[in-house]
Structures are given as C-alpha cells and as structure tokens.
Ligand binder design. Structure first.
Ligand code: CMC
Length: 429
C-alpha cells in the first residue's frame, strides 16, 4: 500500500505522507498542508479528523470492537474491578499486586474533601443540577491542592490522579446528599471504591448501606464500560483544555461540562425519560419510533446511534445482559427493561435504523441498571463522569508527555462581512 497520497491543487501535485496505526487504520498526514498549499481542510464535527496519536484505547466501529490498552472490554466482565482498569488506562499496563494495593490505599487516603470544600456545597441551591456542582467542585480542587497545579514528575501526577479519582465519588455523593437535604456521609476507610460510594450516597445515621455483591459487580462493570472511548467529545475537550497547559483539575472540570449534553453523556437521562414516557402510557413504542424517524419531530431514539459504531456497541450488549441478571437477582423486575427490549426489537427490524446502522449505544441500558441500584435519574450523567474520569486523566497525561504536542487551535473559513468601515453612532441608520 502507498505511503503517500497525491493531491493535485491548481495543477500542482503535492505528496502527503500516509500513516498507519497498529491495527491498520490509515491517515493522510496534513500537518504541512497549509504551509505547502495555502489550503486548510474543513471537517465540522471532526468525523474525518484525527487529532492525535494515542496508545490508550482502540475502537473498530465497523466490527464492534473496543479494547483498553489492547485488552477487549469483554474480558473485564467476569470479575469487574474499576480501580484496576483505571490504573491500566492511566499507566499503560495492568497493575502488579503491589501497585494495585498501593493505589487502592491512596484512593482510601484521599477520599475526604477538605472541610472548607463542604461549605461550597451549602451555597448551591437544592435544585442545582449535579453536573454543574460536579464540574464546579472538580475545578475547585485546584484551590485546595495548589501544590498539584504544576505536575513536575510521575509521582506528583500519580498523587493528583489518585486524589481526583477518589474525590470525584465524594463530590458526587455530597452533591446528591445536598440535593435531598441529608447530612453528608464521610467516606468509610474500610470500604472499597464502589461500596464506599454507595455508602456516601445512601447510608443514614444508624443505618449503613450494605452493598450486595451483585450490585458491587454491576456498578464496577458500568464504570469500567464508561472508562474510556478514545477521542469522544468530552475527552477531546479535556485534551483541548489541557493543550493550553491548563491543570488536570481544570481540564477534567471542562470534560464534565462537555459530557453533560444530551447527545453525549446526558443521553442516559434522556433514555430513562423516554422509557418512562412510554411506561406512563403517553406514547407507544411504535409511535415513538415513528416520531424518531420523522425529521420534523426533532425526536430521536435516545440511546441509539453512534458516531463511531456502525455495528453493535459492545458496551450496550454487555449492559443489556447485566440489566437482565441484576434485576432478576434482586427480584426487582422493571417494566422499563421490557420497553427497552421492545424498542430495540422494533428499531433493529426497521430499514430506517438498519440502513443508517443505528444500534443501541452505552446509554441505552445503563440507566436501567443505575435505577435498580437506587441511583436517581439526575445522577446518571454524574455516574458516567465517575466512570469516564480515568480515561480523561490518561489522555491528559499522554498529551502532557508528548514532546510534539501543540496547543489545539483549529482554523476556520470566514463567511462574514467583507472589510467595511467603522461608522460613528450618530451616522448609523
Ligand atoms: N434516532 C433517530 N435517528 C437518528 C438517531 C437516533 N438516535 N441517531 C442518528 N440518526 C439519524 C440522523 O437523523 C441522520 O439521518 P439522515 O442521514 O437522514 O440525516 C443519520 O442517522 C446520521 O446521524 P448523525 O446525527 O449525522 O450522526 P452523528 O454521528 O453526528 O451523531 C449521535 C451520533 C450519537 C449524536 C446520534 O446518533 C444521536 O443523536 N443519538 C441519540 C443520542 C445518544 O444516544 N447519544 C449517546 C451517544 S453514545 C455515548 C456518548 O457518546 O456519550
């Protein structure tokens, strides 16, 4: 195969290098295009633009493949351990027993928030969206840990990463407790990552929330399946902000904001609302699908479709199975699962969805699992953020270590007014 692409512009021939990734994906390297030709490329939504070289996650959207550092995500399903996967993504290989123990101990050690931070929660209205609180408080970590704004070496980075992964749980749980007017629960150093989060969310004085093994495993898997997805909107945002050398906390706070939107992480809330609308009898699944196909309705089948997957999203397949097992294990059947299965059945046999290669994505079943665990709907996207954080951190660090990294600064084609003169106010018509 050729290692050059030929571009002919205004009769002049230009040779552009072609790069190949380890899995055979190919790219035309246009880094020198403007300098050599005076032209830029135009790609709104970046569907054809590679923004970086990355060794973290591989996706083959045509085949429905997702691998973290080379390992297929299906292999994490048997004994799901989110902390182990976080380490893998950030540091590039599975932790040894010693590394794992030390990292887990750090997560326990750093789980408390500075007492000063607690007052900030009280300043938010009860009805404040938890994603807004999450983003604000992650950014506020820069105020409470100024020593971690500049990360000079690997050890400092490890401390900042551990703090963030640990504290995001505490922030999320406090945001929830504040919204329901309940006292904050301090993290319990005897509990592991997921049970500790559920304790901070749901324990009451004299009534500790005990985490069932099936719930622990389901939530670990939910977090793992959200942990990274290469250059998605929020991760690209983290890289974009980080490219200006903004600190880790500020960059991840921006990632939370990007994730919030309903076309990205916010879709898990929209899916639940859609399923509830159908359950309440406001609309049938058939009618919903009909509206989703109608461009004028502005309705989409939420939890369906993906920029990269043109086949089954492997995460949705795993989550569909987890939802079935968890609900039956807990003895808590949920009519929303039946509705989701019905929607999937209708859509997957409809030429509109088949022709456009629209399949259930990660958000389609995750909400049903979270609901079974007792997580309120307005916290769903926060759960996505807790899961995605190791991916954001891994990408931020990968970029920071890349000696060739430059500030992200796309160009544009200007479509505004041609040059015109300033007119003083008195002379304007
Ligand atoms: N329902 C109905 N039609 C759809 C849907 C859907 N969910 N998704 C895409 N389409 C149609 C779209 O109208 C377009 O049709 P046409 O070719 O006739 O104009 C075609 O499929 C291609 O869609 P697109 O919007 O150009 O695709 P995209 O790659 O820009 O958008 C997406 C991807 C995920 C934003 C989109 O599929 C969507 O809005 N899905 C619903 C929201 C959702 O579930 N988001 C979560 C994504 S996965 C997790 C994450 O990233 O956070």
């Amino acid at each position: 195969m050729s290692d050059h692409a030929t571009l002919i512009l205004d009769g002049v021939q230009h040779e552009l290098p072609v790069l190949e990734g380890v899995e055979g994906e190919r790219a035309i390297d246009i880094r020198e295009l403007r300098e050599r030709t005076g032209h830029i490329t135009l790609d709104p939504g970046y569907g054809n633009t590679g923004s970086c070289l990355s060794a973290i996650t591989f996706i083959d959207g045509e085949k429905g493949i997702l691998r973290y550092r080379g390992i297929p995500i299906e292999q994490f399903a048997d004994a799901p351990n989110f902390v182990e996967v976080a380490w893998l993504l950030i540091f590039g290989r599975l932790p040894t027993a010693e590394q794992y123990t030390s990292f887990a101990e750090d997560l326990t050690r750093y789980a408390n928030l500075d007492e000063g931070m607690k007052h900030h929660f009280e300043g938010f209205p009860r009805s404040a969206p938890p994603m807004a609180i999450l983003s604000a408080m992650i950014n506020a970590l820069s105020c409470f840990h100024p020593e971690l704004i500049e990360l000079d070496d690997d050890e400092q980075f490890r401390m900042a990463a551990a703090r963030l992964i640990s504290k995001i749980r505490t922030i999320a749980a406090y945001a929830y407790r504040h919204s329901v007017g309940r006292p904050y629960n301090y993290p319990d150093p005897h509990l592991r990552y997921v049970p500790n989060f559920l304790h901070m969310m749901f324990s009451q004085p004299f009534d500790q929330r005990v985490c069932d093994e099936s719930v622990r495993d389901a939530l670990n898997l939910v977090l793992i399946l959200h942990a990274d997805h290469e250059q998605n909107c929020s991760t690209s945002t983290v890289r974009m902000v980080g490219s200006s050398q903004a600190n880790l906390f500020a960059s991840c706070a921006a990632g939370v904001c990007a994730l919030w939107g309903p076309l990205h992480g916010g879709a898990n809330v929209a899916v639940l609302e859609m399923l509830e609308q159908i359950h309440q009898g406001n609309i049938t699944p058939e009618e919903y699908v009909r509206l989703a196909k109608d461009r004028d309705s502005k309705i989409r089948l939420m939890g369906f479709g993906h920029r990269v997957y043109k086949n089954f999203d492997p995460r949705a397949q795993l989550l569909g199975g987890v939802a079935e097992r968890l609900l039956s294990g807990l003895g808590r059947p949920d009519p929303l699962l039946d509705i989701a299965r019905r929607l999937e059945e209708i859509a997957l046999s409809d030429p509109y969805f088949v022709d456009r290669k629209l399949y259930p994505n990660v958000d389609f079943y995750s909400g049903i699992i979270l609901r079974a665990i007792g997580i309120p709907t307005n916290m769903f996207t926060v759960m996505f953020a807790i899961g995605r954080l190791p991916g954001w951190i891994a990408h931020w660090w990968e970029q920071r270590q890349d000696a060739a990294a430059r500030i992200a600064r796309p160009r544009q084609i200007y479509t505004g007014s041609p040059q015109s003169d300033y007119v003083s106010m008195a002379q304007r018509i």
